[in-house]
Design a protein around this ligand. Structure first.
Ligand code: HEM
Length: 193
């Protein structure tokens, strides 16, 4: 087991193998079953959403509040190593969540009605709009500003400080939006709105 858990890739593969065994053991009706594949896409969607929002909450719950407590000479461990790695998974998970979410809405056939906030798809429609705004923020505000703040793109000190502040405030805005967004995602199936 040690050789599996020493590698993230092998650990994830082990998770997939467990899942396949579970599906085979329970005898789920998979072949040619659109409803099952729509469900499968929903699962992929929740998986990527958890990675995205998990990292957003890591930044806001852990990294940002901890930075002032870290001695200056140790800060590069965060800004040069951990933050760029976390941002990589963060932005691509955001994109994967959008793609899988749009595919779920397409496969269930209500994407237009949901985006137009028509009943009975108002809950998921609001959730989709909130999440789309959040994904826009990730790719077009947080990431470009983080590149300057972390020194991936070289800018003057004043611009670097401004970029760090813009990225932080936008990340906070996304944390705020994540609360009603997730409520709406779950509300659609469960009579929450
Ligand atoms: C633009 C981005 C997104 C789009 C287009 C989208 C779209 C959707 C759609 C169409 C559903 C199915 C609703 C239903 O019929 O019950 C759904 C469900 C869900 N989404 Fe999203 N979503 C997005 C972002 C997110 C994010 C960021 C999360 C965070 C984890 C998330 C978590 C969920 C959850 C937990 C469900 C409920 C699944 C269920 O109850 O079966 N979504 N989303």
């Amino acid at each position: 087991m040690g050789t599996v858990f020493q590698s993230l890739g092998r650990t994830l593969l082990a998770g997939v193998v467990l899942l396949v065994l579970l599906i085979l053991a329970t005898g789920a009706n998979v072949a040619g079953n659109l409803a099952w594949w729509t469900f499968f896409m929903r699962w992929l969607h929740v998986l990527s959403g958890v990675l995205w929002i998990g990292l957003l909450w890591y930044f806001n719950f852990v990294q940002i509040p901890s930075m002032p407590k870290i001695p200056d000479e140790q800060k590069p461990a965060i800004s040069k190593v951990i933050a760029p790695e976390a941002l990589f998974w963060f932005r691509w998970a955001a994109l994967a969540t959008v793609v899988t979410g749009v595919l779920v809405a397409g496969m269930t056939g209500y994407i237009g009605s949901a985006l137009a906030l028509q009943r009975p798809f108002t809950a998921i429609g609001i959730g989709m709009w909130l999440a789309l705004v959040m994904a826009f923020n990730v790719w077009f505000i947080i990431w470009p500003n983080q590149k300057k703040a972390l020194g991936i793109v070289t800018v003057e000190a004043a611009e670097k400080a401004k970029a760090a502040r813009v990225a932080m405030l936008t990340s906070r805005a996304n944390t705020m939006l994540s609360i009603p967004m997730l409520f709406c995602m779950v509300a659609q199936q469960n009579g929450g709105l």
